[in-house]
Design a protein around this ligand. Structure first.
Ligand SMILES: [Zn+2]
Length: 302
């Protein structure tokens, strides 16, 4: 019967079962609910052609968009102690980590650090992976930001951090909260070295991340429509018992109220960063200095 179970049965099953339709072929735009063809969305940097909604993207794509020619070098990050509290809710924390790492690679966590050039200027970027446990900041994320800051100082490069995070990683308790002052100390090292520290706030930047390194950039940029805030809008509404204004905690609202310096569409991200870095770092005079020609027949006028 072996040939029946091993050979014929799978064949019949394959013929009968519905062929897998890749469910990632179409994506529904969260902004206008239009169905967007995946390949087209990819070509448009995951920005909806219809309404301009900026869909969330992963750290790898973010780095490709930011650096010159999409080229950057990832660095190996120090590994903190795994699951220091032996935390368990419905699942063990180690199990949740394993699941996320199955998607993003063994030993990975919510922050990716890479270095390269932007507009020819050296830059180090730390980008959050929201799909990795909500981009939550635990000891590993703290280590990553610290490593990025140290690398920026070492290479005399600008530091650009791109948060996309729900805040602290609950499973690490107070240790995750300690990453807030730790990340501040890290970016202070960059500032003390006289190097630019830029932040690009993406959707979402909330909780402990928005209460630490994300809000102390020399320049704070944000993606259109990104939700940026500490506590969620619903929690605030319930606490103050008032209706919040339209567009509250959105990038554009924060820009109008002076919390953000620039709202940058994704397509303009690389060029904007290149321009800002050249303004901050290029010490050459903006024009060449030429001596004036001598007037005819004499010494130069006094
Ligand atoms: Zn849309």
């Amino acid at each position: 019967m072996n040939w029946l179970t091993n050979y014929v049965l799978p064949k019949i099953r394959r013929a009968v079962t519905k062929r897998d339709v890749p469910d990632n072929l179409w994506t529904k735009c969260p902004g206008c609910e239009q169905m967007l063809f995946h390949r087209e969305l990819e070509a448009n940097l995951h920005v909806c052609r219809n309404c301009g909604h900026h869909l969330r993207i992963g750290a790898a794509q973010r780095l490709r968009i930011m650096f010159d020619d999409g080229l950057s070098t990832r660095i190996e990050l120090p590994k903190p102690i795994l699951d220091p509290l032996k935390f368990r809710d419905r699942k063990r924390y180690t199990e949740r980590l394993r699941e996320a790492q199955a998607q993003f690679g063994a030993g990975s966590d919510a922050v990716v650090v890479a270095h390269g050039r932007i507009g020819g200027q050296p830059a180090v970027a730390a980008a959050f992976e929201f799909a990795f446990m909500g981009g939550s900041m635990g000891a590993a994320a703290g280590e990553a930001i610290l490593a990025a800051a140290q690398l920026a100082v070492l290479q005399e490069a600008a530091l650009i951090v791109v948060p996309a995070s729900g805040g602290a990683r609950m499973q690490e308790g107070i240790l995750s909260l300690m990453q807030m002052p730790r990340s501040i100390i890290a970016v202070d090292m960059v500032k003390e070295a006289g190097l630019p520290y830029l932040v690009l706030l993406t959707d979402p930047t909330t909780g402990g991340v928005s209460a630490s390194f994300a809000m102390v950039g020399d320049l704070t940029l944000a993606e259109p429509g990104a939700v940026i805030g500490f506590a969620g809008a619903r929690v605030i509404e319930e606490t103050i018992r008032e209706k919040l204004p339209e567009g509250f905690q959105r990038a554009e609202y924060l820009y109008e109220h002076g919390m953000i310096d620039l709202v940058v569409p994704r397509r303009e991200l690389h060029d904007t960063l290149a321009r800002l870095l050249s303004l901050l770092r290029d010490r050459r005079p903006p024009a060449t200095v030429v001596p004036l020609p001598l007037p005819a027949g004499g010494a130069p006028a006094a």
